[in-house]
Design a protein around this ligand. Structure first.
Ligand SMILES: Nc1ncnc2c1ncn2[C@@H]1O[C@H](COP(=O)(O)OP(=O)(O)OP(=O)(O)O)[C@@H](O)[C@H]1O
Ligand SMILES: [Mg+2]
Length: 323
């Protein structure tokens, strides 16, 4: 990754959050598996943008790619966030209609990015399905989301669908590219570091690159990153949680959920518990604990109340750990 090519980084110096300041503005500069990157670049080269649905886990580059595609095509685009639209359907419909039905300032295609589209209500999705037909000639839609199963099939079938994921065989190459990118950013910020510390650190959050950058920024306040970053980010609160579970302490579990459910992404939480299964469960109960965790992890993508879902999961685990 050539830092010199990131000519756009310098223009964002006023932004203090690294994850925003160093958001790539070109698809070429995004870390994406090569095969997918080539397809996206071909769309740019041929100036032929289909409707797109980009989905995958947090901080992996979906919104970045959606914006970069529009910037590089130099087209007019409207950016809407599905989480903000909430119940205000008429305002949303008006924005889309108004934008899609007027002529582009640049005379070309106009694109509507619907970010975090899995938070759209079903009436908004149904409306978009119609709008995609109505404006099919010279309007394009790019949807990004974490959970593609929350997007109605009619939208799926009108889009080229890209799953943002890192397959096992791509893991090492992609990790290396993320490490290079993180080091380039640290160099630019004049932060000193040991390469092997950054490599170990990446293992912890990969492929959530937003999280990597946020944590690196947090730990580089004094101009250097050293081994303490690995210790500081070790989460002892999970060990504390298991002590509470082993004591059959219902109130303690409720308290733990209340004070932690906002601090941690649900999928990350269930993953962490899964990773610590060998330390806390008898061999005979690990399979059951895994099935429960998978079940609650799945539910976390649809439930209204994450705290309640987390507490219910922990109570199930409490029963298993004390059986
Ligand atoms: N593939 C990537 N290549 C380069 N930088 C990346 C990549 N993914 C994430 N980043 C960095 O992380 C930040 C967040 O990425 P982005 O907003 O694209 O994530 P996302 O996939 O849309 O996540 P979410 O699902 O939470 O919306 C970017 O501004 C960028 O700095
Ligand atoms: Mg996003």
């Amino acid at each position: 990754m050539n830092i010199q090519n990131r000519n756009d980084w310098s223009s964002d110096n006023q932004v203090s959050l690294w994850s925003e300041k160093y958001r790539p503005k070109r698809v070429e500069d995004c870390v994406i598996p090569d095969f997918k990157k080539q397809e996206l670049l071909y769309m740019l080269k041929s100036n032929n943008l289909p409707n797109l649905l980009l989905y995958g886990s947090s901080g992996i580059g979906k919104t970045t790619v959606a914006r970069a595609m529009c910037e590089q095509l130099q087209c007019d685009y409207l950016f809407l966030n599905g989480s903000d639209i909430g119940l205000n359907f008429s305002e949303f419909k008006y924005s889309v209609q108004n934008y899609a039905s007027t002529v582009s300032l640049f005379g070309g295609k106009k694109v509507i990015i619907i970010d975090e589209a899995d938070n759209l209500a079903s009436n908004a999705m149904k409306y978009l399905r119609g709008a995609m037909e109505e404006y099919a000639k010279n309007r394009r839609f790019i949807f990004t989301c974490n959970y593609s199963n929350q997007i109605i099939p009619a939208i799926h079938s009108r889009c080229a669908v890209y799953k943002f994921e890192i397959k096992t065989e791509e893991f090492e190459v992609m990790k290396k590219q993320f490490i290079d990118l993180a080091c380039a950013i640290l160099d630019k910020e004049e932060i000193t570091y040991e390469l092997d510390v950054i490599e170990k650190f990446l293992d912890k959050y990969f492929p959530d690159f937003r999280r990597v950058l946020n944590e690196l920024q947090k730990h580089s306040k004094f101009g250097a990153i050293d081994e303490s970053i690995l210790e500081e980010t070790n989460d002892d609160s999970i060990d504390l949680l298991f002590d509470t579970l082993k004591q059959n302490d219902f109130d303690g579990v409720r308290y733990w959920s209340k004070s932690h459910f906002r601090d941690i992404e649900p999928s990350e939480f269930y993953r962490k518990l899964y990773d610590s299964i060998d330390n806390h469960f008898e061999k005979s109960s690990r399979a059951l604990a895994t099935i429960k965790l998978n079940d609650y992890c799945y539910k976390s993508s649809v439930v209204q109340d994450q705290e309640l879902n987390m507490t219910a999961c922990l109570l199930d685990l409490m029963e298993i750990v004390n059986a």
